[in-house]
Design a protein around this ligand. Sequence first.
Ligand code: ADP
Length: 457
Amino acid sequence: MKSIRRKLSIMFFVCSLAAILLITAFVNLTITKKFDDYMVDTQNKRYERIVSYFQEIYKREGKWSKDSGIEMMHEAYMGSYCLTLLDSSEKTIWGMDANDIKNNLHFNTMKVKDTGVYTSKRFPIEVDNKKVGYVDIGQYSSVLLSEEDVNFKSSINKSIIASGLITMIITIVISLYFSKQFSRPIKEVSKMSVSLSKGNFDTKSVTKSDIKELENLRTSVNVLAGKLKQQDMLRKRLVSDISHEIRTPLNILQNNLEAMIDGIFPVTDDRLKDLNDEVIRFGKLLNNLELLKQFESESIKANFETVDINQILKSICEDFYMEAKNQGVDIDYSVQKNQQYYITGDKDKLRQVFINIISNSIKFSKESGNICINMYPKDQKIAIQIKDNGIGIKEEDLPFIFERLYRGDKSRNEIHGNGIGLTIVKNILDLHLADIEVESKEEKGTKFTIYFDRVIV
Ligand code: ADP
């Protein structure tokens, strides 16, 4: 298997190479064609010049002689073409030998494009609209080039090839750079996912990318790693917390029962009641765990009906009134009058939501605390606020309080709890499509606000 960097580099390189070759070939063909056109044009002008030269000679001398225009022979010889002068009846007056040019080609300043077949062209010499003779111009090539022409052409070709090569080198460097830009974050994220799959959740990708999708991928894998780490921590805490939660009531029960059996403790009603309370607490924990399991396996069943949430809250507040009073905590329930507070929900589960939140408020209240429960309609919703002035929640704990078995600051261990209450609250509210918000300040208090969809009856 090839690495992404190698694959991308090869892809970039092949694409650029194809583009460079195409452009080079195209430029080369165009320049060659234009150059050849230019040379043919120059050659035609030379032909015209030679013909008009002989016209001038004839005009000056009035007839042809063996020496007429013979001085052109030298230029023709140097230019690698062959001249033959003929009179009006096409009889040769003088002429050059084609073989002389062939033998002396390499001494001449003119180069032939292709030393092939000798061809000659005949041009009439006209004076006063009368044909007075002909001149044959012959050469071993279709187009004659001067040394500068050849040099010019080859230097252009060299420049095209050189620029092609330089572009290719630049392309290789750029493709290596860009493929690295792509591959580096991908490589890092892939390394990270391998270590996540091995259970090492402490990894983090730090190489930022300016490519949107790659940056999204990087940040979401980082978030994933954070969540997995959190879940792993919760899982580890789950085992220790549950074993602690189960061991404590069991130890109390065992020690007390043994002491009673051994006759160390007398069997009194009070003692039996205390032991029964422990058994109830124990049973509650198991019920909560069972409920949580049902939510997590999505096998929970809800009995939805139209319920008066005001009635539910009022009865819960009454139930809690005495317990709160014993702890020196006041519960104050107020509701905006002349309004209906109907929602669609499961009565028992809704009771569970408020019991969990209010019992937390009592639990985390300081002595002579105050709990304000307030209900009011808000647009199409019903808002319920449960506010205490207790010990509050640390800012860093706030995002996690609804997580399974999450308990605030370890130092609160002396306050009884198991970190399941709010998880159940969140699950039940999700089932009711209701929202919950929490605001809290350490040592100042906590406020939960719940929003239900309102039903008008
Ligand atoms: P617990 O059994 O520990 O109360 P919960 O799921 O009900 O479990 O609550 C999770 C954590 O949220 C608690 O351990 C506590 O740190 C914090 N918490 C919840 N309600 C309050 C509150 N009213 N005041 C202060 N802290 C709270």
